[in-house]
Design a protein around this ligand. Structure first.
Ligand code: SF4
Length: 366
């Protein structure tokens, strides 16, 4: 059970609001306004993980801050580092809830994959997070706190600065719209992560895509398609029943019309399930319309599915077929598989139960 507090959270408030709230707070206490800038510089620039790290403030003012504001700072419950240096952090929230974030080092970038919900209600058949069920939405502060904690860890461990953020961890970001939008604002405006370096990943929640299109910042959108036709997609991504492909594509047209926005399509490749070459033709037609890149993700085995990744030869053929139909495609190399940090493997220690659609799909195939 999450404990609610009416104290505004200095970590999750958009910076304009944080500035206004702090100004009013210090004014009430007869403290000079320059303390606002000092406090925010510690939080944003120095990534202070506790009020006690705001050492410019007298101790009495730090205590008063804690009385007036909350300061979300999850505990690092565990860190696992893969042989490929991918690092998975398990964070314990104030109510005991566990969530994960993953740092993925690349040649010229350091990408942080963050969670937006504890668990997920979308029940995608190939995803361990979906199997673990939905527990609750994260607050904006809890989303931003993953970045702050991971950034401090990365600096201490010599990983360098976090250059990119993807909302691809636990949860469907657009089912937690208000806190996710606030967290995007904070990460962009307060921590200086460029909007074009932040990608929101969705299974296709149409009202959420429309809301994102209304934002002035050009955040990127990754759409988890996984099948180009309704019949197959609804078995892999149950939300297809609510927002079928034609409605999804309409919302993507509105998103694109909002100007300067990049769309990518994610396609998890499962052997003998969605890797028929003819499916590449439908996928290419969709990708071409949006000048969108397609990321082909080899399925990361989740215990108990009996499914396996498409073999490398099939992945290559599928990518070639997409290219021959005028769509750009990349085969993603799996990262952090040995620590269960790869796409679809995050479950934050929760028991996994195959969802009904999976059982139906498997039964259909035998
Ligand atoms: S793939 Fe994403 S939306 Fe689907 S169950 Fe997993 S976390 Fe949720």
């Amino acid at each position: 059970m999450i404990t609610t507090t009416h104290r505004p959270d200095l970590i999750g408030l958009p910076p304009d609001r944080a500035r206004g709230e702090l100004l009013a707070h210090f004014r009430r206490r007869g403290v000079a306004p320059y303390r606002v800038g000092q406090t925010l510089a510690r939080i944003y620039d120095k990534v202070a993980l506790s009020v006690d790290e705001i050492t410019e403030l007298p101790i009495a003012e730090r205590r008063a801050l804690l009385d007036a504001f909350s300061f979300t700072s999850p505990k690092l419950a565990r860190v696992q580092v893969s042989t490929d240096r991918t690092a998975k952090h398990l964070w314990r929230m104030a109510d005991g809830e566990l969530i994960e974030s993953v740092l993925i080092p690349g040649t010229d970038r350091l990408t942080l994959c963050i969670s937006s919900q504890a668990g997920c209600a979308m029940a995608c058949t190939f995803c361990a997070t979906g199997w673990s069920g939905y527990r609750r939405n994260l607050t904006a502060g809890e989303i931003v706190a993953q970045y702050r904690g991971a950034r401090r860890w990365a600096e201490a461990e010599g990983y360098g600065p976090i250059t990119n953020i993807v909302y691809m961890g636990l949860g469907e970001p657009l089912m937690n719209l208000g806190p996710v939008i606030n967290s995007l604002t904070v990460l962009n405006a307060a921590y200086g992560v460029g909007a074009r370096r932040i990608t929101v990943s969705t299974v296709g929640i149409v009202p959420g895509i429309d809301a994102l299109a209304e934002r002035p910042e050009q955040f990127k959108l990754a759409v988890s398609l996984h099948a180009p036709d309704h019949e197959l997609r609804q078995r892999l991504v149950p939300v297809e029943k609510k927002y079928p492909i034609p409605a999804l594509l309409e919302s993507l047209r509105r998103f694109e019309a909002a100007g300067g926005r990049r769309i990518t399509f994610e396609y998890v490749m499962i052997d003998d399930v969605n890797d028929d070459l003819e499916l590449a033709d439908g996928l290419a037609a969709i990708a071409r319309e949006f000048h969108a890149h397609v990321n082909l993700i080899p399925f990361n085995p989740v215990p108990g599915t009996g499914w396996s990744a498409s073999p490398p030869g099939r992945l290559r053929q599928f990518a070639d077929r997409l290219e021959s139909r005028g769509a750009n495609a990349t085969v993603r190399s799996p990262r952090g598989q040995d620590i269960a940090a790869a796409c679809g493997q995050l479950a934050a220690e929760h028991e996994l139960k195959p969802p009904k659609p999976f059982v139906q799909l498997v039964n259909r195939r035998v």
